[in-house]
Design a protein around this ligand. Structure first.
Ligand code: FAD
Length: 493
């Protein structure tokens, strides 16, 4: 009998344990899975807000939702509120799910633009059920016997990243993943250029057929060993530091993430059950660490539990996430800011891509190239969304002026021009963000189209105001019929 195909995962943060759990579930009994991590080095320890796709990941693993939410201090999330981003005093939400109702081939927002011009439109958020529910502190978990007429509300989670990794570790170990504790001291190469083995303290050698680099910013295999470079995106996303601090929990955690713009960055608030996660992401060229810490602490809603913890990063991506017999997943493959909570999603979709293009004992260049092409497409579109928040602003501080003046990636420039001209929003292939997602951020950052879809004029003037009112009223009715968010937290033990 031939030796099993062996996958060795280097690193046990969120990326490492998500990869281990998914491979344990899907790679079949002929695959041996090992994970090396070092408690002394530890993990980045942040990463607490997610997007709805994570439910597919957990569901695929057969994880019980209530057990998972309870084990990770989790709460439910209906979207992200952006405060002071377009200009000070303004707020909007990028809520999950749809906005309004399309009529025939014409997307809803063309009617909204027309209604705005006629003075009969409410704020865009009135038409997004998720936003109305989030602001009311209510939610709904999909078709239920007690509320059969309520539409499903797409949701994600806030959770404690360390507890999630721990939860997945238990899952993976129970399904045969071998965990190896120890620091990787060096990496051994085969004559082919592939990685042959990891050398650990205590003179241990861990070999493998496929290596997954989940060593975080260190990128021990893909970067340090294979020498694959890092493409820096700091000219588009100039923030390079963060301070994270927990604060007291609130009895009624809000079912959404809040992001508040500051002088040279922004602050997150992520409500968990046992604490509130907070952090200030900032640009060190425009504010000092001390000033950034003072801003963070002044912006807390509840008393801090400890001192702010510093983190440094460079936004960008690994030039090739897959090289030789290595696949980089997680921070080793790149980092966008946490502004749209996409890092954990990028981990999950990298795992799905790896499983789709799972190697045999040999991998062809074509397979590697396809993996890398898909990775590039995905992260570039998400990058554009994050840049949009920074660029489209009327804030006056030097940091924001510089963001406004930057030259945009062509893909984003084209998207903004298309929207400005006549409100068109096009979702390309299977890019992550939907049309309603782009709409909420374009509109929320103050970009207005000069015209609307000509076919939106087919709705008679007399019906336009009624249509808008009907949709807004329906959202209020439906949100009121939902349960308070806190009721779902009590339901999960
Ligand atoms: P890490 O957590 O750094 O894990 C690296 C692992 O490699 C560790 O186990 C470490 O011990 C091991 N290791 C490294 N070197 C060695 C060695 N020599 N020997 C042995 N082991 C080694 N994502 C979201 O989705 N939502 C968010 O809200 C969010 N917020 C964020 C906020 C900030 C400020 C930052 C910086 C990131 C945020 N992220 C967020 C991203 C998220 O934290 C990461 O994507 C996620 O935690 C994955 O990290 P990782 O597993 O790749 O790396």
């Amino acid at each position: 009998m031939s030796a099993p195909f062996t996958v060795t995962i280097a690193g046990g943060g969120t990326a490492g344990w998500m990869t281990a759990a998914a491979l344990a579930r899907f790679a079949g009994p002929a695959t041996r899975i090992r994970l090396v991590e070092s408690e002394a080095i530890g993990t980045v320890g942040v990463g607490e807000a997610t997007i709805p796709q994570i439910r597919l990941f957990n569901h695929g693993l057969g994880i019980d939702e209530d057990a998972f939410v309870a084990a990770t201090g989790g709460t439910f999330k209906l979207g992200i509120e952006f405060v002071d981003w377009w200009k000070t005093g303004h707020r909007y939400m990028h809520a999950f799910g749809t906005v309004g109702r399309d009529i025939g081939v014409v997307p809803f927002h063309h009617y909204w633009t027309r209604a705005n011009a006629a003075g009969v439109a409410g704020p865009l958020g009135d038409y997004a059920l998720n936003e109305v529910a989030a602001r009311a502190g209510r939610m709904h978990r999909g078709p239920s016997i007690t509320a059969p007429n309520l539409p499903p509300v797409p949701y994600a989670y806030h959770f404690d990243a360390t507890l999630y990794a721990r939860f997945l570790r238990d899952y993976a170990e129970a399904r045969g993943v071998e965990r190896i504790e120890g620091r990787i001291l060096s990496v051994e190469r085969a004559p082919t250029g592939d990685i042959a083995a990891l050398r650990l303290e205590g003179d241990r050698r861990i070999d493998g057929d496929l290596f997954v680099d989940c060593t975080g910013f260190r990128a021990l295999l893909i970067g340090e060993t294979l020498g694959v470079g890092y493409e820096t995106w700091s000219h588009w996303l100039p923030c390079d530091r963060a301070l994270a601090v927990p604060s007291e929990p609130t009895p009624e955690p809000a079912p959404y993430t809040r992001s508040t713009a500051h002088k040279a960055g922004w602050q997150w608030r992520i409500p968990l059950r046992h604490r509130t996660g907070n952090g200030h992401v900032y640009c060190s060229a425009h504010t000092s660490d001390d000033e950034a810490a003072a801003t963070l602490l002044a912006g807390l809603d509840t008393p801090a539990l400890g001192d702010p913890r510093p983190l440094s990063f460079t936004t960008g991506r690994r030039i090739r996430a897959r090289e030789a017999n290595v696949v980089a997943i997680g921070l080793s493959s790149g980092f966008l800011e946490p502004l749209e909570s996409t890092s954990i999603h990028l981990i999950q979709s990298a795992i799905a891509r790896l499983l789709k293009l799972f190697p045999g004992r040999t991998v062809t260049d074509a397979e590697r190239a396809e993996y890398n092409r898909q990775t590039d497409f995905e992260i570039e579109r998400i990058r554009d969304m994050v840049i949009l928040h920074y660029h489209a602003t009327e804030r006056s501080e030097p940091f924001w002026q510089a963001c406004r003046a930057m030259t945009l990636p062509d893909t984003l420039q084209a998207r903004i021009e298309l929207y400005r001209a006549r409100g068109h929003i096009v979702r390309e292939h299977d890019e992550l963000f939907t049309e309603p997602g782009w709409l909420q951020v374009l509109a929320g950052q103050g970009i207005a189209p000069a015209a609307w879809h000509p076919l939106a004029d087919t709705l008679p003037d007399a019906d336009l105001a009624g249509f808008m009112r009907m949709l807004a009223d329906q959202n209020v009715r439906e949100a009121t019929a939902m349960k308070p968010h806190a009721a779902f937290l009590r339901a999960a033990p």
